[in-house]
Design a protein. Structure first.
Length: 172
């Protein structure tokens, strides 16, 4: 399909796919292929009298953003290879045991200093523990037993305490 486009449109679409591929973790060819597959299936539409390459670039951006959200949520779709057997070994996205050990060693000084700063404030301690356990949004609200505004208030309190203690950033 891309061979039937003008060279300017084809170049713009390939550049958009390459740029967004570097941000979402998909290969640029897969991103471009998924865009055209959705266009041909009727799941996405290009408005009439608009720049085609720009519209397709918007679809590429949307697909890349969906991919980023899925990866962050840990719900990325696993796509089988076409032949089903000759697939390269998939890399496990979770950190290796060595990386976890190094991370805990590297972060230990910073976490102990933060722990000292929030000692005695149960809400801030729960917030930091929740963040370390990769909790977000509603999970943190349930942990702290607060609503959205309450969570924002606790986060601001933590941010202010850290900025007051480390005005130039964490230089540990």
């Amino acid at each position: 399909m891309i061979g039937q486009l003008s060279s300017g449109d084809a170049t713009a679409i390939m550049r958009a796919a390459k740029w967004f591929a570097g941000r979402c973790g998909m290969h640029e060819d897969d991103l471009r292929q998924e865009t055209f597959a959705r266009l041909l299936a009727g799941k996405r539409h290009v408005r009439r009298n608009f720049d085609f390459a720009r519209e397709v670039g918007g679809i590429i951006q949307s697909i890349a953003w969906e991919e980023i959200k899925l990866v962050k949520a840990g719900r990325r779709e696993v796509r089988p290879t076409p032949d089903g057997i000759s697939a390269p070994a998939l890399v496990d996205p979770s950190p290796s045991p060595e990386a976890l050990a190094a991370s805990s060693r590297d972060d230990a000084a910073m976490l102990s200093e933060i722990g000292r700063l929030i000692d005695g404030d149960e809400q801030l301690q729960l917030l930091v523990e929740g963040i370390c356990d990769k909790m977000r949004g509603e999970e943190l609200q349930k942990l702290l037993d607060v609503d959205v505004k309450g969570l924002d208030t606790v986060r601001k309190r933590l941010r202010r305490r850290l900025q007051g203690a480390f005005p130039k950033g964490l230089g540990l």
